[in-house]
Design a protein around this ligand. Structure first.
Ligand code: NAD
Length: 365
């Protein structure tokens, strides 16, 4: 029997396909926007300017100031710039940092955002915003920040370096993994999550082997879209909480942290999430132990598999475990979160060993 569920679709358009940047002016025009501010990271200023050229008269300017986790001072400057230029909307081109800056402007000024994603992070599909002040990141959900239209052009991902392609792709897989055991998953969410994992697991080795393989880039971005959509639709669990705590407390890089933690958080939850394990097994070619397969995949992709590699010290782990357990009421997890369990999985992630239980097929005690 199908369990009862409530499914809410979000009001947004998705335009997908190689060359679809050419459709951006029509997307902006369909929203009635005539003066948009183009947002990007400093490293992607060229891409931002290319997008502004594609927009022609509809571009009011380019602000290449997006930074990871949206520092509040950058948000203030961007809001002021939007006002000064009389912008009536924003086009955010880049990864989660650029999209996050667009959301920060939308939150304050209600300007519509059009997103042109160039990583696999998935922020463009969610109504979740984040702002960082004094080292503390606040997040919230607000439909006003949800991009109205998302233009996925895999050609714009050709320049994403192999390392970031791998970790950003695993970051997307993490959204789907946690969606599969989320309390608010629906049959549609589960289908999308499974297909997202399948597409990314198939595409990422090809992307890393040859970054100019447009077919592989296209499949990876299709997977990332699905993973972003299920992130928006569900409540994330222990894995996302651990990455949030690690990122905030130790200022770690976002996608790399997800990559090192995911196999261990999944191994912790697998015994309590049989349907998610079955879906992940199908997505990963029949694997009996998806956590182990994701750990091996990260190794094949040459991605960091240990928190130690990211600069975490062993003595930092108890504080991270305390914070993750203390935040336990703010997230959903299929398996009760215990201090010992979290400490043990963090230690495995720190050391970069194979996830617990996977060698012997035994669930963690
Ligand atoms: P990012 O946006 O910080 O980008 C990382 C780097 O890659 C930047 O230097 C950027 O300029 C560069 N880059 C991006 N695309 C490129 C390309 N195609 N070619 C060459 N260089 C490229 O990284 P991210 O992982 O996409 O985003 C991380 C941020 O997004 C974090 O702050 C995270 O919290 C947030 N995020 C938010 C949500 C949400 O729903 N709100 C979801 C996922 C991530």
């Amino acid at each position: 029997m199908i369990a009862p569920f409530t499914h809410q679709s979000l009001p947004m358009r998705v335009v997908f396909g190689a060359g679809s940047l050419a459709r951006l002016p029509d997307e902006v025009g369909a929203l009635g926007l005539t003066r948009v501010l183009v947002l990007c990271s400093p490293e992607q200023q060229d891409t931002g300017e290319r997008v502004a050229r594609a927009l022609g008269d509809r571009a009011a300017g380019v602000l290449p100031e997006a930074r990871v986790h949206v520092p509040v001072e950058v948000a203030h400057r961007a809001r002021a710039r939007a006002t000064e230029l009389g912008a009536d909307g924003c086009v955010a081109v880049g990864g989660g940092s650029a999209v996050g800056l667009g959301k920060a402007i939308a939150l304050a000024h209600e300007l519509p955002v059009v997103a042109v994603p160039t990583t696999y992070a998935g922020s463009e599909m969610t109504p979740v915003w984040g702002l960082t002040e004094g080292g503390v990141k606040r997040t919230g959900r607000d439909l006003r920040v949800l991009p109205r239209s998302v233009v996925y052009d895999p050609e714009l991902t050709l320049s994403l370096p192999a390392g970031l392609s791998a970790t950003s792709g695993v970051n997307a897989v993490a959204h789907a993994v946690e969606a599969l055991y989320a309390p608010d998953a629906t049959p549609i969410v589960s289908l999308m999550a499974e297909e997202g994992v399948r597409a990314l697991a198939a595409a990422l080795p090809r992307v890393v082997a040859d970054g100019s393989d447009l077919d592989a880039r296209s499949e990876a971005q299709y997977g990332a879209w699905l993973c972003g959509a299920v992130l928006a639709a569900t409540t994330m669990g222990l894995h996302h909480e651990l990455c949030h705590v690690l990122g905030g407390a130790l200022d770690l890089p976002h996608a790399e942290t997800h990559t090192a933690v995911l196999p261990h958080a999944l191994a912790y939850n697998q015994p309590a999430a049989p349907q998610a394990v079955a879906a992940l097994s199908r997505a990963l070619g029949g694997a009996a132990d998806p956590a182990r397969v994701l750990w091996e995949l990260a190794g094949r992709l040459g991605a960091p598999r240990s928190l130690a590699e990211l600069g975490v010290r062993e003595e930092d782990l108890p504080r991270v475990a305390d914070l993750a357990v203390a935040g336990g009421s703010s997230y959903a997890n299929p398996r009760p979160v215990t201090r010992d369990g979290v400490a043990s999985l963090l230690h495995d992630a720190w050391a970069g060993r194979a996830p617990a239980g996977s060698q012997w097929g035994q669930p963690r005690r």
